[in-house]
Design a protein around this ligand. Sequence first.
Ligand code: FMN
Length: 374
Amino acid sequence: MPLTLGPLTVPVPVVLAPMAGITNAAYRRLCAEQGAGLYVCEMITSRGLVERDSTTLKMLVFDDLETTRSVQLYGTDPSYVGKATEILCGEYGVHHVDLNFGCPVPKVTRKGGGGALPWKRGLLGEILSSAVAAAAPYGVPVTMKTRKGLDEDHLTYLDAGRIAQESGIVAVALHGRTVAQSYSGQADWEAIARLVAHVDIPVLGNGDIWEASDALRMVEQTGAAGVVVGRGCLGRPWLFRDLAAAFGGEKVRTLPTLGEVRSMMRRHAELLSRHMGEERGCKEFRKHVSWYLKGFRAGGRLRHSLALVDSLAALDVLFDDLDPDEPFPVTELGAPRGRQGSPRERVVLPEGWLEDTDGTSLRLTEDADETTGG
Ligand SMILES: Cc1cc2nc3c(=O)[nH]c(=O)nc-3n(C[C@H](O)[C@H](O)[C@H](O)COP(=O)(O)O)c2cc1C
């Protein structure tokens, strides 16, 4: 069951969720080496790209083997979003653009961005249409990623899905949580099913896929055209092998020994070093160590040293202390990983935000260097 996004066909209906600070070129390559799918770049800001902000441009890097260039844009201003889409398609040869309307971070929602924006239906339509118009001459499909709404009393996803469809968006990814929930609680897959019933364009289901079996179950329960996988692959890039196998009808589940996990860690650090230089690459790698070792016996001192590593040689020395034959900790299977946190009491919004649901022609200030994602 391939995934069709306008003119783009992905052989398996699996998308790596954009994750700020994680889904850089190295990580996308690492995951793509495991199995087919669509591997989306970490979020970049429209204004940052238009103004050629150096931090933004550093994130916009692709691996030599990356045949499908997919980028998520953040934006609140139709004109910046349109110009940024044009730059992505015209200068960076991007094949797919996704638009972020799900970020729950207060710094972002306070300005009306991310998950707050779909409340303004008119403005949402303007932003989506602007991106679609800019991408159209290049034949590049544009998708939208969003949440259920601000909170249970202020749901936006059904309207957002309809507006997306009317604006020429080719698919909508829905994270089955509200902004208020952030990453807490359980993703509401029934909302995904409701959106599937509500729109004619493909819906991609997102939230709480920890194993390949969860992905099959989500598609079966919701009718989604595919799945978007985020935290489940942190420290487990082989999940994409399992996902490709599962959608291909094979009953395979990867249970790597610690020796195999170590090889994957080494590959990850190596790819990061190749893309960023060894010192920065190894520093970037540090944040992944605890995810890779989750549930394994590796002692506190070793974990601590790994989290301070600054060269591949130092990494190799530390790796010698890991028992290659230690089996995969099966207690970790199906268990949540990555951020979870607690729900917010109230969503931080611009003053008077809820009073009007249109927002057509509203011009919100957009930061060039927003990097929180979410
Ligand atoms: C560290 C981290 C960074 C994230 N950054 C982004 C982002 O830049 N854009 C976005 O749309 N979602 C972002 N997300 C949300 C994920 O894409 C995804 O929607 C969410 O984690 C739910 O899926 P999951 O249960 O598979 O993790 C981020 C999530 C995490 C954990």
